[in-house]
Structure formats: structure tokens, C-alpha cells
Design a protein around this ligand. Structure first.
Ligand SMILES: Cc1ncc(COP(=O)(O)O)c(C=O)c1O
Length: 482
């Protein structure tokens, strides 16, 4: 139950935990920040952590662990086979999902590699509400394709729809009819749809997808990496879920989906990845890939201490007082920005607050990378590292043409239980300054463009010295402040 403040104007999200370990971070002067982003090729992935004040690149593998997770990691059993640690992971997966068949892999994308290798034949397509970068890369690597069937509301930057990650069910049925079920390797539902702002999918919609799959004999897969945030939204936004136990929701999903996989860098507040299913048929189809690519079936490339932390973290993902922290802090940041008139994706989703970078620089063409430019500008403005989630994160088509992203976003991920409310207030303040000075933001051009996952390693440079002008304006407005 939410804690109500006596004075409504004081109302903020209230943590039900205390912090007992801290880590120092630094805020460099703006002249240094300008230099650092240019040395990093205007790619926030290439910045060094020591040069960053608030690292909002990702929510993946950067969440604060609990005392019980740290304690659990000390009792790890590192025997190669028959490890007790693996038994404890299996028990945690069984408790959360009710499933018995568990394959470990070193992280979410490793699960995707296994799923694509085992299930996708060249020429087949896969249907999903929305792609994720690594998911698509693995499917296309084995000769498959990806079709997105997100409901139209999902691509509206601002709306009050509570479940913008929903599938368009009539379109799903039509597409299956047109393509033929035999040409569809699987249907994948991504909980907490990452690339469109961490937007949740309703329970009703997830179950409708699995019904369609069942009717057409197509494998249904749930990417549960962001399910914990998604379940928070189901509990708070979907009438049917309000009185359900969190565990009941997880179990219901596992009853309906053929396969569930997740990155434990998010779900489980640790690291690693898991593929699980009620039906041993699916794990049998995939198990040979685990020793081939990952490690033995009892550890899958994950360090055993991490597996123990994951197991404990999975139990904790059933606790509303833990899983509410991320979405409520993100909601706070998004609302502050919205009140300042800064365009953000609304309603706020999980994993982070998403700036509508397209609205910062409405006249900038996609091939000057508006979201990349805003991400670079925000690092200059505040030492805050966000992530480009727009055209730069897309992959060129085989003919070299560039698919333009539907939304040009900068994601300000909020690592769970890591940053304080004052740090989020600082973020809102610097973003507001950037919004007020958005006319100074210019485009970016490639210096080095890798052919695969270019957003990870690509280097770009500014056009027309706009970054120097932005830094000068900062000095003028903020005097000698950091
Ligand atoms: C929805 C989703 N699926 C899969 C992945 C890949 O997981 P990992 O980063 O552990 O490889 C991510 C990571 O961000 C994700 O958000």
C-alpha cells in the first residue's frame, strides 16, 4: 500500500529499504565533459564510467543488490556438475514461474542466440509486439526475419493508455493467415517493451496472444526480461490483476506461454539469463546449444556467486516493495519533466524515462541522428549518460539503405535502487536547461560505422561546432558551477 504524505505537495515515492553501502561518483567541469564526449565519438557507450556523474545508460546489470543477495552469493557451490547452486536457481525459477525445465545462459542475448538457433529456419519469420536489438540480430543471423505487430497506440509518444506495449491482435491473426503458420517460427511477446519506452503489455493482451498461437499451433515465447516492471503496471493499472498475488500472475503466464526467457541483469537484480518452460520438449530442443555456446548445463557461463544472487533476486521479484521502486522513480522523473514542458514518453514506463528527442530537434533529419545528438548534448549539459534509442540503434538494410526509427528517443534508464530522488531532480533540472537551449543542438555524422550493432561501437562527430556553443552557453548560464 502506498504511503500517503500529510501535505500532498510533499508526496514523493518512498523507499521501503535503506542504503548501507555507497560508491563515489564524480562530476567533471563542462569543458572536460565536452572533451570526453568528443573523444568517445559522440557515442555514450564509449564514455568511461569515471567521467560520468549519473549513469543512466541502462538498467541492465547495474541494479543495487540486497543484503540477502550478497549473503547468498557467499554460499555458492562451484562444482562443475550437480551443483547445489543450480538446484537453488531451479527452485527459485520453480517458485516464481512454476516451471521445472531450466536452461542457464550467460545473459539475455545468449538465450536469444539459443532460441534463434533452435527454432528459426532460414526464410521463416517471427512475429512480435516490438523487436529488441539483440533479439533481431540473432534472428536475422540465422536467416529469419522479424515483423512487429505493436498496437497503434504504442507509437504515440504521449497518451494516457496504460498498456502501450500491447499486440494488435486482429493484425496478428491476419498476418498468420497471410504468411501461413508453417512460415512463422514463433510469436514473441516482449514484456515492458524496451525500445518504445519500457511500455507494458496487459495480462489480457498477453493471454490473447497465446490463445491465437495455440489455435494456430505456433510456439509462443515470453521475453520476461522486463516482466517485473510489467507486473507492477499490471497490478496498478489492470483491474483484473489488482487482487491477484504477484506469483499468481507469473504462474498464469508460465501456464500459457510455451517458453519464457529472461535476462537476469534485470529480472532477478543480478546477471545471467534463463530459458524455462513447462514442457520439456522445448528445453530438449535447445539444451545442446548450452554446452556448445555457454558452459555446462548447470551454469551456462554464469558465475556461481551470481547465480546465487539471481536465485535470491528472483524470490525478491515477488515483493511489491522491491519491484515498485523502479517504476515509481521513473514516474517521478517523467512527471517533473512533463511539468517543465519537456516532451517525454507518457505514461511513464519501466526501465527508464524516455525523452522524445525528435521533439527537441524537429527539423533534424533522421540521418543526422537526433537522438544521438540529444544524448551527447545531455552528457555535456550534466554529466548524465543516457542511451540513444532511435535511428542510430537501427541496423542498415542489406542494400545499405537506412531504416528510420519510428521514435527518436533518449533513454534515461533508472537503475533500480541506485540513485536518490535528489539526483533525479538534478537530472530533470539539466534536461530542462537543455530543452530551453535546444536550438543549439546540431547533427552528427559518421566517422566510423560498424555494419552490425553500430550503436555499440560507432563513432560520430558534430556538425558546425554546436557542442562548443552549447558548452559556452552553459558557462554563461551557470557561472562556475560544475
Ligand atoms: C527486453 C530485452 N530482451 C533481451 C535483452 C538482452 O538481455 P542482455 O542484455 O542480458 O543480453 C534485453 C536487454 O536489455 C531486453 O531489454
Amino acid at each position: 500500500m502506498a504511503v500517503k504524505f500529510y501535505k500532498p505537495e510533499n508526496q514523493v515515492p518512498l523507499e521501503m529499504h535503506k542504503v548501507r553501502m555507497v560508491q563515489k561518483i564524480a562530476l567533471l567541469p563542462i569543458e572536460e565533459r565536452l572533451k570526453k564526449i568528443q573523444e568517445a565519438g559522440n557515442n555514450t557507450f564509449l564514455l568511461q564510467n569515471r567521467d560520468i556523474y549519473l549513469d543512466m545508460l541502462t538498467d541492465s546489470g547495474v541494479n543495487a543488490m540486497t543484503d540477502l543477495q550478497m549473503a547468498a552469493s557467499m554460499r555458492a557451490d562451484d562444482s562443475y556438475a550437480g551443483s547445489e547452486t543450480f538446484n537453488r536457481v531451479k527452485a527459485a525459477v520453480k517458485e516464481v514461474f512454476g516451471t521445472d525445465n531450466v536452461l542457464p545462459a550467460h545473459q539475455g542475448r545468449a538465450c536469444e542466440n539459443i532460441l534463434a538457433s533452435a527454432l528459426v529456419k532460414p526464410g521463416q519469420t517471427t512475429l512480435m509486439n516490438f523487436h529488441f536489438t539483440t533479439t533481431k540480430a540473432h534472428i536475422t543471423r540465422v536467416g529469419g526475419t522479424v515483423e512487429e505487430l505493436i498496437a497503434e497506440k504504442g507509437l504515440l509518444p504521449q497518451s494516457d493508455d496504460p498498456f502501450k506495449g500491447d499486440f494488435d491482435i486482429p493484425k496478428l491473426k491476419r498476418t498468420i493467415e497471410e504468411r501461413g503458420a508453417e512460415n512463422i517460427a514463433f510469436v514473441r511477446v516482449e514484456a515492458g517493451t524496451n525500445l518504445i519506452g519500457g511500455q507494458p503489455v496487459s495480462l489480457e493482451n498477453m493471454l490473447a496472444v497465446t490463445d491465437v498461437c495455440h489455435d494456430n499451433n505456433i510456439v509462443s515465447i515470453l521475453d520476461a526480461s522486463l516482466l517485473q516492471d510489467n507486473i507492477y503496471f499490471m497490478k496498478t493499472r489492470e483491474a483484473r490483476c489488482k487482487f491477484m498475488e504477484i506469483k499468481e500472475i507469473y504462474h498464469l503466464l508460465a501456464d500459457h506461454f510455451d517458453i519464457i526467457y529472461f535476462s537476469a541483469r534485470k529480472l532477478g537484480f543480478a546477471k545471467g539469463g534463463i530459458i524455462t518452460s513447462k514442457n520439456p520438449k522445448y528445453t530438449k530442443m535447445m539444451m545442446e546449444y548450452v554446452p556448445l555456446y555457454e558452459g555446462f548445463l548447470t551454469y551456462g557461463g554464469i558465475d556461481v556467486r551470481t547465480m546465487e544472487a539471481m536465485a535470491q533476486g528472483l524470490y525478491e521479484s515477488l515483493d511489491m516493495e522491491y519491484i515498485n521502486q523502479g517504476p515509481e522513480f521513473i514516474n517521478y522523473l517523467a512527471n517533473e519533466l512533463h511539468e517543465y514542458g519537456v516532451p517525454v514518453i507518457l505514461p511513464a514506463g519501466g526501465l527508464g524515462c524516455h525523452l522524445d528527442a525528435g521533439a527537441f530537434v524537429p527539423d533534424m533529419p533522421h540521418n543526422k541522428y537526433p537522438a544521438g545528438a540529444v544524448a551527447a548534448a545531455l552528457y555535456i549539459a550534466g554529466g548524465i549518460r543516457g542511451m540513444e534509442r532511435g535511428t542510430l540503434s537501427e541496423q542498415r538494410n542489406p542494400d545499405g539503405s537506412e531504416p528510420y526509427a519510428e521514435l527518436e528517443l533518449v533513454r534515461l534508464a533508472v537503475p533500480r535502487r541506485v540513485y536518490t530522488l535528489s539526483q533525479l531532480k538534478y537530472t530533470a533540472d539539466r534536461v530542462k536547461w537543455l530543452w530551453d537551449n535546444r536550438n543549439l543542438i546540431g547533427g552528427l555524422n559518421w566517422v566510423e560505422e560498424p555494419s552490425v550493432l553500430r550503436f555499440f561501437f560507432g563513432r560520430l562527430k558534430e556538425e558546425d561546432y554546436w557542442q562548443e556553443k552549447l558548452a559556452e552557453k552553459f558557462r554563461k548560464d551557470f557561472g562556475d558551477s560544475l
